[in-house]
Design a protein around this ligand. Sequence first.
Ligand SMILES: NC(=O)c1ccc[n+]([C@@H]2O[C@H](COP(=O)([O-])OP(=O)(O)OC[C@H]3O[C@@H](n4cnc5c(N)ncnc54)[C@H](OP(=O)(O)O)[C@@H]3O)[C@@H](O)[C@H]2O)c1
Length: 303
Amino acid sequence: MISIIGSGRVGAAIAFLCISNELDDVLLINRTKSKAIGEALDISNAVPENSNVSIHGTDDFSKISGSDIIVITASTGIYLKNRTEMMVAQVEMIKQIANQIKKYCPSAIMLIISNPLDVLTFIFQKETQLSRNKVIGIASSLDSSRFRYLLSEKFQIKQSKIVNALVLGEHGDSMVPIFSRVKINKKNAIEIINEAEKQIITTEIQNYWKSLRIFKSRSQFGIAKNTFDVIRSIIKNEELVIPASIVLNGEYGEKNISMGIPVKINKDGVKEIIEIKLNESESRSLKISAQTIRDYIKSLNNQ
Ligand SMILES: NC(=O)c1ccc[n+]([C@@H]2O[C@H](COP(=O)([O-])OP(=O)(O)OC[C@H]3O[C@@H](n4cnc5c(N)ncnc54)[C@H](OP(=O)(O)O)[C@@H]3O)[C@@H](O)[C@H]2O)c1
């Protein structure tokens, strides 16, 4: 069973993908019970004929017991200028959710989606003391999808012609697109993109959510698909290599933070952390990003 905590826009979109692709039964948990019930009633009609999967909605956390995967998409409100705007309330919320999970289902693999992503992934892992391989923050793969999209638009080619577009570090203003590994139509991106263009694309990726909000209230489908891919990889035990946020223990020279780095996922969660070679400027930017997350975590201790 897949339990999804928070039945808002993102939670419902993930549930829809899981159910329509018959991955497993889904349980929606929401603060306001009626929303979970309503979304479950709607998504129930997307169960394919002859399928055994089902979906239910509740506000009762005890029902998550026995889940294989728990996805956290809960949010106490909507940020307007920065993902860390509601950090204190979000941290309080994730601690409460962590307590419920410790009580009812500590053996599941946890996927954190709620923002601020890296801070919440770190706090959740510390609160639950679960293996860091089982607490995965999903966001850098979405940022990488955005990187790929922006490059495809710039060069007016299909996204399939863009390979290895990776974004690492914070899911926030300091995120780091890794240009040195990207291939565009089989050519090295760094040979065809100059420094000024790199800077423009970097800013566009960092601000993608703001540009999107000019036209739509908030993003939901990109993160839903990226999360669905991780859930499928775990359930089907099909290895998936993506950037995701995990608590670091010396990898990339960092400790005591969670941030987006390349990982290999399988049925056990994170099977392997992959250390890739970065150029000097990328390494420097990643250090700054790590420090940004560390500062946010430290600021919580001073509250
Ligand atoms: N990782 C990424 O790349 C990425 C991408 C997009 C969005 N996000 C993040 O994902 C989160 C969800 O976004 P959204 O657009 O789906 O938000 P949303 O539509 O506002 O949904 C959030 C839901 O969480 C529920 N909730 C709040 N506290 C809860 C609790 N303690 N237990 C259970 N449910 C609770 C709310 O319930 P009520 O009905 O009572 O309000 C609401 O239905 C946000 O933090 C957003 O920033 C992350």
